[in-house]
Design a protein around this ligand. Structure first.
Ligand SMILES: [Zn+2]
Length: 215
């Protein structure tokens, strides 16, 4: 994957992981290939459920694939659908081909979310985004590495496009602090606002600069 932007996110709980999936899904145009990497329990299924919701597909229909290699969720009312693939148990590219992979992977009405893409790298030659999920510092937190192809600027904007109004840092999608990166930056902005509100709005006069008279 060449011409890639890398971004790291710390998501404090599974709601944030779901929300990130949702905003990415809502931004998809169709035909995107998204790769998901991470250990069992890292939150891949949570992210795919969010993705489904963003696409307008019932998130409840998304399960951890386990034994079924391909789950196909057709979109309703002409909306985009989702292909959820788990290549962990796939033998080789031929086996994947026999499941109708080529047709699905070229379907512009579908978005593909592929777990364990490294099992058959040639199946996903040009992913729009690779999301690597890892356990974070707290038990519920997840550390994410997003590798976003420059050919998918719409996903870049959706996932990390907003910058903090105070420090210019990245605003986590779905964060309660948005449009700030943190509570600290939100409070700093509030401080600036109060500072401005209480500033002297008339011209400074000579008396303002005089020391108070001492009796
Ligand atoms: Zn900030």
């Amino acid at each position: 994957m060449t011409d890639v932007q890398r971004h790291e996110l710390l998501l404090e709980d599974p709601h944030r992981t779901h929300e990130l999936g949702r905003v990415i899904g809502a931004a998809c145009l169709g035909g995107e290939h998204l790769c998901l990497r991470g250990d069992l329990g890292a939150g891949k299924t949570t992210l795919v459920r969010g993705l489904a919701e963003g696409l307008g597909v019932d998130p409840g229909s998304v399960s951890s694939p386990t034994f079924t290699i391909l789950h196909e969720h057709r979109g309703e009312h002409g909306g985009l659908g989702l292909v959820h693939a788990d290549l962990y148990r796939i033998g080789d590219a031929d086996e994947l081909e026999a499941l109708g992979w080529e047709e699905l992977s070229r379907d512009g009405a579908m978005v593909l979310a592929v777990e364990w893409p490294e099992r058959v790298p040639e199946a996903v030659p040009a992913p729009a985004m690779i999301i690597t999920l890892q356990h974070g510092p707290e038990p519920t937190a997840r550390h994410l590495l997003l590798e976003i192809s420059m050919s998918a600027p719409h996903l870049l904007v959706a996932a990390v496009g907003r910058s903090c109004r105070t420090c210019g840092g990245t605003v986590t999608p779905g964060s309660s602090c948005a449009p700030f990166c943190s509570d600290r930056c939100r409070l700093a902005d509030l401080g600036n606002w109060f500072g401005g509100r209480y500033a002297i709005s008339r011209e400074i006069e000579e008396d303002d600069l005089m020391d108070p008279e001492i009796e």
